[in-house]
Design a binder for this molecule. Structure first.
Ligand SMILES: Cc1cc2nc3c(=O)[nH]c(=O)nc-3n(C[C@H](O)[C@H](O)[C@H](O)COP(=O)(O)O)c2cc1C
Length: 214
């Protein structure tokens, strides 16, 4: 399946909010958060059941609770039009937003060093990672260095980098950015897209990469 934006394929069944996070992603900001957790089962991972507040304990509780929301993983990547260098990050906050116009979203931490580069390029490729792309996700999550060295990729028709072997990709422009605590919610407009291959998705659950077991 492939097509230009506006066709039915734009409606990826994305899920979720940012937050399962690894390497300092979830974050509560400063607000108090009530986390009503199944009384006394210890779901909060030691952070205290029933109520999570700002600070490390609250953050731990949020991570523990939100981490139980299983997500897929995408690579968000761009190519600097001036230098040709690629920049990118792994994200599990990817979500479908609108079919008409075709919009998707993801959340990026203010601490991301890659986001300003992606933002400056204006165009980005989103690759929906397959179960065999755990290594690629890990590479893209490392801060600094050439994350793309040895990572097979291709240019989308509009020139955005998409990872070879991904289940699907979307070529997008940035439609809007909405500040949200320690993250920014990025809304991206889908220009082109393709479901490149069949296969199992890469899953992220409770801070670990997982596979679907049937
Ligand atoms: C499975 C997984 C999901 C992630 N999801 C997000 C996310 O939704 N938003 C985000 O800002 N960072 C997320 N990260 C972290 C980024 O991939 C990356 O580590 C972070 O942006 C720091 O790298 P940078 O400085 O190059 O941006 C995720 C990492 C992994 C491994």
């Amino acid at each position: 399946m492939s097509g230009e934006a506006g066709v039915s394929g734009a409606g990826v069944s994305g899920a979720g909010v940012s937050g399962a996070g690894v390497s300092g992603e979830a974050g509560v900001g400063g607000a108090d958060v009530s986390a009503v957790v199944n009384g006394g089962t210890g779901v909060s991972g030691g952070a205290g059941v029933g109520r999570a507040t700002a600070g490390p304990a609250g953050e731990r509780c949020l991570r523990s609770v939100l981490g139980r929301f299983a997500t897929g993983v995408v690579a968000v990547a761009t190519r600097d039009p001036g230098t040709g260098e690629r920049a990118g990050l792994a994200a599990n906050s990817f979500c479908s937003v609108s079919l008409d116009p075709p919009l998707v979203s993801f959340c990026v931490a203010h601490t991301s060093s890659s986001w300003p580069r992606i933002r400056a390029a204006g165009q980005l490729g989103i690759s929906i990672l397959g179960a065999g792309q755990r290594e690629a996700a890990t590479r893209l999550a490392v801060r600094g260095g050439d994350k793309f060295a040895g990572l097979p990729w291709s240019a989308s028709p509009g020139g955005a980098p998409v990872l070879d072997g991904a289940l699907a990709w979307l070529e997008c422009t940035i439609e809007a950015e909405h500040p949200a605590g320690d993250h920014v919610i990025v809304v991206a407009r889908v220009l082109r897209l393709d479901a490149s291959r069949e296969g199992e998705p890469l899953l992220f659950f409770r801070g670990e990469f997982e596979r679907i077991s049937r």
